[in-house]
Design a protein around this ligand. Structure first.
Ligand code: SF4
Ligand code: MG
Length: 321
């Protein structure tokens, strides 16, 4: 498989500014040294509790938020080195789908206008060609061309997410970063959107980064899963490997909360105690040590390295080295 994206030591810090002179007194380390590689046509899920930095990671890759440090190679080219204008052009290849399709659709614009905008921005086609493209896009996402004249409020949540996906698809991207794309939808609708995303992936050879707080949602769609905690990846593995042999205590706790479809397989719920610490003031050593029942002396002192234990199963924990 061909590598399409390589993220190296990505850091996105937000300054904490206090007082009337907005003096910088510290940093929220939203993304704190994330590295991974993505092959063309695969789906990598990034999972973790809210505030773990998964959305910021997605937005930093597209430079919708400027990374503080690190390199982002897309098809061999470092996106961090591009000017704003070059990046704007490059976003034709890297698109984003958001959680709340309604919030990201202008309520005063028809679907026609909404879908036409990215085509105009990227100078694709003349008016007639754009119109045909929009009709085609609506069909592709399971809507029809008569619906182009309607407004966002005339659609259900699931239909609006189909429109959000059509908008991302309109410029023929190679990579789509979907940030909680089904989290606002009913469970029955979630499955339809996930199926649609899978079909589109096959049809258009898309690569996905699928961001979710829900391990049961990504089980369906992911090839690999990365688990994030306080701005860092703590485990990354092929999907089946991760679900069957989770190694990091945090992954084990998250998975224990996922409903088991087979009632004969009883599993013990691992309850995490304590709150997620603030990313402005993360714990020393292993950032998970304040909530880990396996905590050892070394855990407070030394940051565990993110090491490959074989077959691309990476984990950052002193229990596994
Ligand atoms: Fe727990 Fe230590 Fe592993 Fe961190 S490094 S997850 S504290 S055992
Ligand atoms: Mg988020």
């Amino acid at each position: 498989a061909k590598s399409i994206l390589k993220v190296e030591n990505l850091k996105t810090y937000f300054p904490i500014q206090t007082g009337i002179f907005k003096k910088t007194t510290g940093y929220v380390k939203a993304v704190d040294g994330v590295s991974f590689e993505l092959n063309q046509g695969e789906t990598l899920a990034l999972v973790g509790e809210s505030g773990c930095g998964k959305s910021t990671t997605g937005r930093s890759i597209l430079r919708l938020i400027e990374p503080t440090e690190g390199r982002i190679f897309f098809e061999g080219e470092d996106l961090v080195s591009l000017s704003q204008e070059e990046m704007r052009v490059k976003r034709k290849d890297l698109q984003m789908v958001f959680q709340d399709p309604f919030a990201s659709l202008n309520p005063r614009q028809t679907i026609q206008k909404i879908l036409e905008e990215p085509l105009i921005v990227h100078r694709l086609g003349n008016e007639q060609e754009r119109k045909e493209k929009i009709y085609e896009l609506l069909e592709v996402v399971g809507l029809n061309k008569e619906q182009a004249k309607r407004y966002p409020h005339q659609f259900s949540g699931g239909q609006r997410q189909r429109i959000g996906i059509a908008r991302a698809l309109s410029v023929n991207p190679k990579l789509i970063i979907a940030d909680e794309p089904v989290s606002a939808l009913d469970v029955s609708i979630q499955a339809q959107i996930l199926n649609l995303m899978e079909d589109l992936q096959e049809e258009f050879l898309l690569t996905y980064i699928f961001i979710s707080h829900d391990l049961s949602v990504v089980r369906h769609i992911a090839n690999r899963v990365g688990v994030m905690y306080l701005g860092s990846l703590v485990e990354l593995a092929d999907k089946d490997e991760l679900y069957e042999h989770p190694l990091h205590p945090y992954t084990q706790a998250l998975l224990s909360a996922v409903p088991e479809p087979n009632p004969d397989l009883k599993k013990e719920r691992i309850l995490l105690t304590g709150d997620v610490p603030s990313p402005a003031n993360p714990p020393s050593g292993c950032k998970f040590h304040t909530r880990c029942k396996y905590k050892m002396e070394i855990c407070e002192k030394e940051k565990p390295e993110f090491v490959d234990l074989g077959n691309g199963h990476l984990v950052a924990c002193h229990l596994h080295r």
